[in-house]
Each structure stands twice: as structure tokens, then as C-alpha cells.
Design a protein. Structure first.
Length: 307
């Protein structure tokens, strides 16, 4: 087992850590502005990667259904865990909302997709793309509710979904896949080139975002939220994911993909929502930083468990 873990660290985690470290170093020494890069990733790289992946994918609609059921159950279970922890710890409403974001938001795009591609190849990436799309929809509906609570409206959530370029890339790509339509070769090459640039850029961006995470001293209830969130994401989330996979009898590559993506550290997007809706942004930001560092050890173990 130890040999497998070390093999995963050296062949998957270390290659991914190089652009992450590069992003952190760039921010530390050059203080680069990451907002334009975030815009580039959100509105250009991610839609192109999803379009290219769906275009080439051998889509099994049973996998789509299983992924949707799994994703829904996973969010419900993680929400219940966060809710129970908040009550036991007697956390205020902002910290309860922040802990819910920590429990339910995983970094499946910036970190998860490159890791799946590196460890499970193109087949794994095809199945991961379905999960990412479904999670994007759930995050921008249920996720907004978790963060905003009293600010939430169904209309705002629905509108938010259709502001995401990834949704349109999906809607546009599926007919090409289903009816086997062909794009001109030059356009296909251009899309592939952009898709290939996704992984190193988003991993570099992840490192830059980690370096910018605040290191401010935290109040007692915020510190408790951080510790609870860290334990939920690194220790409880893998057990919940494994339980749901067993419950639904999901096996094979899709099981590995769903398990890996569910064990990811907290998504950077959680900090954005936490800041916007005052959902304990300091606790959320600190948890992003430490769960990402912990993932370099936790994820290889999880990958051995599911293999």
C-alpha cells in the first residue's frame, strides 16, 4: 500500500504541484493581478475544455444519470453533516453558512480535472466533465442558497446558471456528439490547443489564489469553524463519498472519478460566495489553503482506497 501511495505522489501529485508552486512564487515576488487570469479561465479555457471533452467523449447516458443522482445525494449528505456540526458547536448563522460552503464545495475544476486527466486519462476526463457541469449547476442554485440564506431567491439562482459560459459550451457540444457532426479541422485544432493549455494555467492560478489567502488571526468561533471544516473535508467527505458509491452500486472508472472529485479540497469559489454574502469568509479562505496542502497526502491515500 505504501508503495502505491508513494507512486501516486511522485507520478501525479508532484507533477501537479509544480505549476501550483510557480503560481504561489509569482504572487509572492511579483504580486501579479490574478483577476484577468480568473476571467480567462472562467470565460475561455473552461468552456473550451468542456466543449473539447464532450465532443470527443463516448457519452453513456447511464453515467449522466448516475452522476446526477450521486452529486445530489453527496451535497445533501454533506449539508446534513455541516448542519449537525454547526448545531453541536453552537455556531452563529454566518459560520454555519461558511461551514456548509466548506462541506459541499470541492475544487473539481482547478485541481480535480487535471488530477483525473493525469491519473485516469481521457476516459476519466470525459466522465469528470459530466460531474463538473452538474456540480456547476448545483453550486449556482443550491450553493447560492447555502451562502446567502436570507438573500436567496430562486430567480437569482436560475439567472446565474445562464451567465456561465460552461453551460453554453455543454449545450452546444452535445448535439455535435450525439449526431456526430464534424467541425472544420482548423477549428478543431484550435479548440484542442486551448483545451491542452487548461491544466498548467489553472494549477498556476490555484497556487496564486492559495498565496493570497488571508493569514489574519481568527476569532474563537471562526477558528472553530475552520477546524470543523478541515475535518469534514479531509476525514468525513471520503467516507460519505464511499458510502454513496456503495449505496448506488457505482463501479469502474466512473466510481474512481466521482470518489476522487468528492475528496478534493475546498473550492476557491466558496471564498467568493462567502465574501459576497458574509458567510465567514476568513474561515472559508483558511480552510481552502490548508485542505489544499493536506490533499497532497490525503488524495493519494483516497486513490489507493478506490483503486
Amino acid at each position: 500500500m505504501m508503495e502505491t501511495i508513494l507512486h501516486t505522489i511522485f507520478n501525479a501529485i508532484i507533477p501537479l504541484s509544480i505549476p501550483v508552486i510557480a503560481g504561489a512564487v509569482l504572487v509572492y515576488f511579483q504580486n501579479i493581478n490574478i483577476k484577468p487570469i480568473l476571467t480567462l479561465v472562467l470565460y475561455f479555457l473552461t468552456p473550451m475544455l468542456i466543449f473539447d471533452t464532450i465532443l470527443k467523449a463516448d457519452i453513456v447516458f447511464q453515467d449522466v444519470f448516475l452522476t446526477f443522482v450521486y452529486s445530489s445525494l453527496y451535497i445533501i449528505f454533506m449539508w446534513l453533516v455541516a448542519k449537525m456540526a454547526s448545531k453541536l458547536l453552537k455556531l452563529p448563522e454566518p459560520e454555519t453558512a461558511g461551514l456548509t460552503l466548506i462541506a459541499t464545495f470541492t475544487n473539481s475544476v482547478n485541481y480535480g480535472l487535471p488530477l483525473v486527466l493525469l491519473t485516469l486519462g481521457q476516459l476519466g476526463l470525459e466522465k469528470a466533465a459530466i460531474y463538473v457541469i452538474l456540480q456547476t449547476i448545483l453550486i449556482n442554485t443550491i450553493g447560492v442558497y447555502f451562502a446567502a440564506r436570507s438573500h436567496f431567491t430562486a430567480k437569482n439562482a436560475f439567472t446565474t446558471i445562464f451567465k456561465l459560459p460552461a453551460i453554453y459550451a455543454t449545450l452546444f457540444a452535445f448535439p455535435f456528439n450525439i449526431f456526430e457532426w464534424q467541425l472544420p479541422r482548423g477549428i478543431t485544432i484550435g479548440i484542442e490547443m486551448v483545451a491542452d493549455s487548461y491544466s498548467p494555467i489553472v494549477l498556476c492560478l490555484l497556487g496564486a489564489q492559495m498565496m493570497r489567502v488571508t493569514r489574519s488571526s481568527l476569532k474563537k468561533h471562526v477558528q472553530i469553524t475552520f477546524y470543523a471544516g478541515f475535518c469534514i473535508r479531509t476525514l468525513i467527505a471520503p467516507f460519505i463519498a464511499f458510502f454513496i458509491l456503495t449505496l448506488l452500486n457505482i463501479q469502474g472508472t466512473i466510481a474512481s472519478v466521482l470518489f476522487i472529485l468528492s475528496c478534493m479540497p475546498v473550492a476557491v469559489n466558496a471564498a467568493i460566495l462567502a465574501e459576497k454574502f458574509d458567510a465567514s469568509p476568513l474561515a472559508v479562505s483558511k480552510t481552502i489553503f490548508w485542505t489544499t496542502l493536506a490533499s497532497f497526502i490525503v488524495l493519494p491515500i483516497c486513490m489507493v482506497i478506490i483503486s
